[in-house]
Design a protein around this ligand. Structure first.
Ligand SMILES: [Zn+2]
Length: 415
């Protein structure tokens, strides 16, 4: 089957006018200009018309299970205040609330052009229910904490391993997600590193998200340090930056995906780069918490792969009466507004190629090239060729259509 559109932005190659993608058995065989499509013109053609055809977007950090909390938690005074708010909100939820919320989030991703997601799961039972419930390529990371429950870390990780190994193979991989340094213990991290190595799983974690977290581990002070005094042994506080502690724990050697990393110390960017760790920036969540400037330049200058994510909708605010959604287009637009040094192509790469690299999927998603999955989207566009990439990063709303493995999984009703 051949897909034709007014403009093809494959991201991994320069944009083309009157582009075409030849698809067979769910994979891209060829992508280029329609006029160069020799020998395949007898195949059936899907003409996407006045549209930009793009690879499906890759959301490298998401919590689908919290989608129904969109805009419900007002921006907090301190980061620990937000943690208390979400813990309270979660205490009112039952399993069906989580599963409805997860499915709502998965639908939002498909409607807004995301085809691959790194999803953090804190409710283990969701894995059974949801992994085959959506055509999305879902890479599930099972979240682990251990400070409040005070459970034996070996048991926590052992249970996680047993659960993940027992899952049927679905659209995506699985991995571990120790929640954050402050909500876990050094022993749990050690056990998680060992388990991830044994099973060749990737690990993702929230790292240096807030000033409060940075101050806790770097200087043994601040609101998080004080708040956790009665709950957590703080012998690991005041010993180094969060990134440094991750390195010493062995986490950075595991295809590590560090979410946020808003606060760096001296050579932290070089440490992440040396271990080929990836960082995921979530612009709207970043704005919600009013963090300091995201150190994108320092990270990328050091050679760190920086991808984009939405985080959860529990850390987003209402836009008037409009609820926020899990649209990576909204994240790209927010990034463009705060980081004028980035070209549209750079931003598109962060939402596609870089996310694929973070997940170890560079050979299959994040671009349209021979051998990649035929995961792509179409957005309406009648403007000039030269401005297509700029238009793409400023797009809002639902996409015209979303395709995974060459099959249509979302189509706007009037398209
Ligand atoms: Zn998160």
């Amino acid at each position: 089957m051949i897909f034709r559109s007014r403009i093809l932005v494959s991201v991994t190659a320069p944009p083309l006018a009157d582009g075409a993608v030849f698809v067979s058995a769910g994979q891209v065989i060829w992508a280029g200009a329609w006029k160069d499509l020799v020998g395949h013109v007898s195949d059936s053609v899907v003409d996407l018309g006045d549209a930009i055809l793009l690879p499906g977007l890759v959301n490298a950090h998401c919590h689908l299970e919290y989608t129904s909390m969109a805009g419900a938690l007002p921006p907090p005074r301190t980061f620990p205040d937000w943690i208390k708010s979400i813990v309270t909100a979660k205490s009112d939820w039952c399993f069906s609330d989580y599963s409805v919320s997860w499915l709502n989030g998965a639908r939002q991703l498909l409607r807004t052009g995301t085809t691959t997601v790194a999803d953090i799961v804190s409710v283990p039972e969701l894995l059974d229910v949801t992994r085959d419930a959506s055509p999305l390529r879902v890479h599930s990371f099972l979240e682990m904490t251990g400070v409040r429950s005070r459970r034996n870390p070996r048991e926590i990780v052992g249970d996680a391993v047993e659960l993940l190994k027992g899952l049927p193979t679905a659209h995506g991989t699985v991995g571990l997600s120790p929640h954050a340094l402050y909500s876990t213990t050094p022993t749990l991290l050690k056990e998680a590193v060992q388990a991830a190595k044994e099973n060749q799983w990737r690990v993702t974690m929230h790292v240096a998200e807030s000033q409060a977290e940075f101050d806790m581990f770097m200087f043994a002070r601040g609101p998080m340090f004080d708040w956790l005094a009665p709950q957590r042994d703080r012998a690991d506080c005041g010993v180094g930056s969060p990134v440094r502690i991750c390195e010493q724990s062995g986490l950075l050697d595991l295809g590590f995906i560090a979410a946020h990393v808003n606060y760096l110390w001296q050579d932290d960017a070089q440490r992440l780069a040396a271990h080929r760790a990836s960082v995921v920036h979530c612009p709207q969540s970043h704005a919600y918490f009013r963090h300091h400037r995201f150190p994108r330049v320092e990270l990328q200058h050091a050679g760190v792969n920086v991808a984009l994510g939405t985080d959860s909708l529990a850390s987003t605010r209402m836009a008037g009466s409009i609820k926020p959604t899990l649209s990576l287009f909204d994240e790209m637009r927010a990034l463009a507004q705060t980081d004028s040094l980035l070209a549209p192509r750079d931003i598109l790469e962060m939402a596609t190629v870089h996310g694929a690299r973070a997940l170890g999927l560079s050979q299959s998603v994040g671009g349209l090239f021979p051998g990649s999955f035929a995961d792509f989207i179409a957005i309406p566009y009648c403007g000039c060729f030269e401005e297509a990439e700029e238009f793409a990063i400023s797009y809002s709303g639902t996409v015209n259509s979303t395709w995974i493995a060459g099959s249509c999984v979302w189509q706007k009703p009037d398209c």
